[in-house]
Design a protein around this ligand. Structure first.
Ligand code: NDP
Length: 270
């Protein structure tokens, strides 16, 4: 029988590409996001659009309940909803930081809480958390984004060894630069928050760097294929890496000391 998948963040970027690719490959897919008008196109691929705001408990509970009542099972959860919001730590109001954490961390965690009981009962489940190369590397002006992704990495490592006993796999995806709405939203946000403060120079340098990165960004289908590979693997790896510059960046982060890595990073920001 076709496996049932919930993909969050399905109105755009990686989530949308993944929802479509999995639907084209025989999965029963629910694609969730807030902008329901953007989800309409998914119907052409026989994807069930579903409204979801991951910062709202009622919305999360209603989303999971609807899928359970329609299909009786949810085999795979793909947490792709995310916000790339930037600005110097000193400049970002904590209300904005908390909203980012609600989306990138707590929303994903709450969904996991709600899907686990059924997965445990059936002794089958795949939880796929979209982290980032930024879950291993912290770029300046991105404190909260990186804090959220480092947290997703830690949460996933802990959870993996809690739920393996029930036949549930926890998989982390670490994309590098991938074409989506995220970079434009993030750059705009960065200039709004820190473009006119003492961090202006760094904000401009980072915005320039993001623009360069966007030119080389990978097609989100690359990540969608990686996700399919991960959920179909008999023994999935704990992490899958893909997208522009992802592998070389993670390699350098691993082999270089913090100080050398910082020097290399900051030399790119002139
Ligand atoms: P996009 O900005 O294109 O997509 C983000 C998605 O998240 C949208 O569908 C948006 O839908 C959804 N979303 C945002 N806020 C909420 C919310 N409160 N409730 C429900 N859904 C929400 O970005 P990407 O596709 O690039 O991002 C997907 C994931 O990949 C993110 O976790 C991101 O951090 C990660 N990533 C992306 C990289 C890249 O280069 N693009 C690199 C590394 C990681 P809507 O607004 O309709 O609710």
């Amino acid at each position: 029988m076709a496996k049932t998948v919930l993909v969050t963040g399905a109105s755009s970027g990686i989530g949308k590409a993944t929802a479509i690719y999995l639907a084209q490959n025989g999965y029963t897919v629910y694609g969730a996001a807030r902008r329901t008008e953007k989800l309409k196109v998914l119907k052409d691929y026989h994807i069930h659009p579903i409204e979801l705001d991951v910062t709202k408990e009622e919305s999360i509970a209603a989303c999971v309940a609807k899928i359970m009542s329609e299909t009786g099972s949810l085999d795979i959860l793909i947490n792709s909803a995310g916000l790339g919001s930037y600005g110097a730590l000193e400049d970002v109001p904590l209300t904005e930081a908390k909203n980012l954490m609600e989306i990138n961390l707590f929303g994903a965690a709450r969904l996991i809480q709600l899907v686990l009981p059924e997965m445990r009962k059936r002794k089958y489940g795949k939880i796929v958390n979209i982290s980032s190369v930024g879950g291993k590397i912290g770029l300046p002006m991105g404190c909260w984004y990186h804090a959220s992704k480092f947290a997703v990495e830690g949460l996933s490592d802990s959870l993996r060894n809690e739920v393996r006993q029930f036949g549930i796999d926890v998989i982390v995806i670490e994309p590098g630069g991938t074409r989506s709405e995220m970079t434009a939203i993030g750059s705009e946000d960065l200039m709004r928050v820190s473009g006119h403060t003492v961090y202006e120079k760094l904000a401009k340098a980072m915005t320039k760097m993001y623009a360069t990165m966007e030119k080389d960004a990978a097609d989100p289908l690359v990540i969608a294929k990686l996700i399919r590979k991960s959920v179909e693997a008999k023994r999935p790896a704990t992490r899958y890496v893909g997208g522009a510059m992802a592998k070389p960046m993670l390699f350098l982060r691993k082999v270089l000391s913090d100080n050398i890595f910082d020097k290399m990073l900051m030399s790119q920001m002139k």
